[in-house]
Design a protein around this ligand. Sequence first.
Ligand code: AMP
Ligand code: MG
Length: 440
Amino acid sequence: MTDLIKHSPNSPILLTASLHVEEARKAISGLVNELIQESRQLHNASDIESVTLDQAINRILAEDLLSPIDVPAADNSAMDGFAFNGDCLGDSDKTVSLNVIGTAYAGKPYKGNIGQGECLKIMTGALMPDGCDTVIPQEFTESADESAVGFKQNQVKRGENRRLRGEDLLSGKAAIAAGRLLRPSDLGLAASLGIASLKVHRKLKVAILSSGDELRPLGSPLDAGSIYDSNRYSLTGLLNRLNLEIMDCGIVRDDPTSLKAAFIEATSKADVLISSGGVSVGEADFTKQIMQELGDVGFWKIAMRPGRPMAFGILKPIQGSSRKTLFFGLPGNPVAVMVTFYQFVRAALLQLNGASQTEPPMTQAIAEAPIRKKPGRTEFQRAILGRNSDGKPMVKLTGSQGAGILRSMSEANCFVILSHDQGNVAAGDWVNVALFDGLL
Ligand code: AMP
Ligand code: MG
């Protein structure tokens, strides 16, 4: 069957079979890029705001953060030890003896000059005293007491264990590049430069809804054939990791009027709408009809497991607004929702919000047991990354891998990603692994 599937008004993709995961990613990224260009023309730089460091975690830096100071601001000691003038050093293992004439602490510099035959006890981070260019660490000395220290002439070289002014970062240079998804280390770095607030892109507003007649909200009884709506909760959790503004549009029944009203409501307020359910074969017909009216949306069959059906495109601006809304119609199966979010939505949200790095990091590990895999689709198996008895990284699948079995996801800490052309995996083979969370 031939399917004309559009991913943007200008570049339709003609599909004879399922869409490769990589093609889907490219199509999404291309459309997001078009949206960014359009919105730049419309809004200039108005999407930038200033936030204090305690509000900045997981926001995206909008401008290079230039350092107002040299780091370190002055030469200082990298070790606890003794500071002296390197003139006394040489190639032999003859012992040098120096008189200790005082102590320099971090935050309490020693005022005064250090002459020939003299040294200063010095703590890590203390300013290098006048007349000194080298530090011998405490543990490299042969003898040391309050008044004198001895060490071999060739134990250190001139200039060692001294951190130079500006060696980490020069004043005026970029400490953090624009586009960074801000992590704890970035907040600490900004604080170390004396910077209390950062220019970030405004939060994206993301609407979510669950569609399905069988779905019940938490707190209500389950009648025959009904299930609790879990997707809005996993989606909320996934979105919260990105510090976005979430608009919860609740559960929407499988009828054209309710669905259309919910789509219009979301489009009038949100930058992005993520729905789950209602895009699989048999269910998609009226969703397709509504989408034809409200936007330009492709209904994709992606060669992946889980997560085959997915709708993606643009919802047209509602009257009186100039904003187009990016739309992801994710499959209903709870694991498929998380996989498609991870694989497509997360990167698109980051890209739309100005991030330079959108792909989660990938690593490799040894498969603990054989994994069955058909070539011709990308698979995302849920697994736990650990170590084998040799200390090598090893992955173990988390039980039954059905697309509805959320426990396989809950127990896992990573996906084993089996690529499109790959076949069966034998125990001991190396496989690609993507961790769910970075620790830092
Ligand atoms: P659908 O894509 O609508 O055909 O749904 C596929 C499967 O996912 C069905 O078994 C649905 O009951 C289930 N499902 C759909 N939406 C949700 C949801 N919000 N929470 C939990 N399960 C869902
Ligand atoms: Mg459904």
